[in-house]
Design a protein around this ligand. Structure first.
Ligand SMILES: Nc1ncnc2c1ncn2[C@@H]1O[C@H](COP(=O)(O)OP(=O)(O)OP(=O)(O)O)[C@@H](O)[C@H]1O
Length: 404
């Protein structure tokens, strides 16, 4: 709690009003009351905030950029990704964003991104609840959710810039203390952006205009999410639609690894942005002459489906069982279902093995097969997103209806 208060004071500076317990922040002239911390990631804090005028709830992601230009660029890439995929309802979009300078350190900036708030939480929350309550996901329902995630990812993997020529560029915005400029995440730049350009171009624009991404209308450009995991899949308010979030890891695909330095850089980026138990083996040890592509997400989908069934990633599970390191388990493809012995041998038909968690229950064979196909060490042996979608649809057709 002390950390949270300290963090709020530090972050919002003069935006913080003086009433204890109800700090407020303004973004682009809209005022928000900060209600509580929703979550914390490696680079950010996410707060539940309320629009003081409309009482609407939002999630506010605060990304600290203490290392100057480079870290601001990274945060802005995330903001840009929210814009790029704003056209699909199953990928999170941003509502507004702003960039604030730290008072005592001009190089230090904080990027705030206003996001829709998903009150039902994410798949990891459901996994945690299942573990606590000794319950399981109903299989058909789970596979419908999984299909939704695959379809959202298909949009990324086969992205085509909308016709009409939306120009995508790294944003620039006016940084201020009390009322920071921003963008609404839609094609039209808002007035704050325009004001930032007109008023304060030299000061505001420079650090952010280092890179432009222009996608011609209709041009296909493939993207990989690179951090698919249960914690990054929110559930919409209906409870039926998964929403892919946390676009800070999104990267272009394919990336041919043409040099040793690119291999090292790619590996370093993965180490920072792709969560280890869900990270594909080719990102642990990036080799020159290989290609890193969207198959990294297929691996993560396999780990995610397994985690929904069993309670944790297959490699976390195996590493806990054997005491081996996570990376050794991943690189060696060392994992198994709880009711299986080594190399997929069954311990007993439809029984839960000695090493399984009691929550894992019985897993249908067609679902296991989907996991197995995603977890092929060789990326080319994994299905692409279209094949995975067909496979999942077939499994859904084959599965009996969940018991009410
Ligand atoms: N829109 C939202 N609605 C509700 N909760 C959210 C929302 N966005 C984020 N959260 C909560 O905040 C947590 C951290 O968010 P997020 O994953 O975006 O941060 P991150 O720093 O990128 O995390 P990571 O280190 O896992 O990559 C999430 O796991 C979730 O619990």
């Amino acid at each position: 709690m002390a950390q949270l208060l300290q963090d709020l004071v530090y972050s919002f500076g003069s935006c913080l009003n003086c009433f204890p317990g109800s700090p407020t922040l303004k973004i682009n002239s809209r005022s928000f009351k900060i209600l509580r911390l929703l979550g914390e990631g490696g680079f950010s804090y996410v707060y539940l905030v309320q629009d003081t005028a409309t009482a609407e709830l939002f999630a506010l992601k605060k990304i600290r950029c203490p290392f100057g230009t480079e870290s601001v660029q990274q945060a802005m890439r995330e903001v840009e990704a929210y814009k790029t995929f704003a056209h699909t309802p199953s990928i999170i979009h941003s509502i507004d964003y702003s960039i604030a300078s730290e008072r005592n350190d001009a190089d230090s900036k904080t990027v705030y991104v206003l996001l829709p708030y998903y009150r039902r939480g994410n798949l990891q929350d459901i996994i945690n609840a299942n573990l606590v309550n000794h319950t399981n996901f109903p299989e058909k329902e789970l596979m419908h959710l999984f299909l939704g995630v695959c379809k959202a990812l298909k949009y990324m993997h086969t992205y085509r810039a909308p016709r009409g020529g939306e120009r995508m560029e790294m944003g620039n915005a006016k940084a201020g203390e009390d009322d920071v400029g921003g963008s609404n995440g839609r094609p039209n730049r808002n007035r704050a952006m325009a004001a930032a350009d007109a008023d304060d171009e030299t000061e505001q624009a420079r650090p952010l205009m280092v890179e432009e991404q222009v996608v011609a209308p209709g041009e296909q450009r493939s993207w990989a999410h690179r951090d698919i995991k249960p914690g990054n899949i929110m559930i919409d308010d209906s409870g039926a639609q998964p929403i892919i979030m946390d676009l800070g890891s999104v990267a272009e695909s394919p990336i041919p690894i043409t040099s040793r330095s690119l291999a090292i850089a790619t590996q370093d980026i993965a180490a920072e942005h792709s969560t280890m138990p869900y990270r594909a083996p080719e990102l642990f040890d990036v080799k020159t002459g290989t290609i890193i592509d969207t198959k990294v997400d297929i691996w993560s989908l396999g780990c995610t489906l397994y985690a929904c069934l069993v309670g944790k990633s297959p490699f976390e599970m195996r590493s806990d069982e054997t005491g081996g390191t996570l990376s050794m388990c991943v690189l060696g493809g060392d994992w198994r279902f709880p009711d299986e012995g080594p190399r997929g041998q069954k311990k007993g038909k439809n029984t839960v093995g000695a090493n399984s968690s009691p929550e894992s229950g019985v897993i249908s064979d067609p679902i296991k097969e989907v996991v197995r196909k995603c977890l092929k060490i060789e990326p080319s042996e994994r299905p692409d997103i279209d094949e995975l979608i067909s496979m999942t649809e077939q499994v859904i057709d084959e599965l009996p209806n969940d018991e009410a």
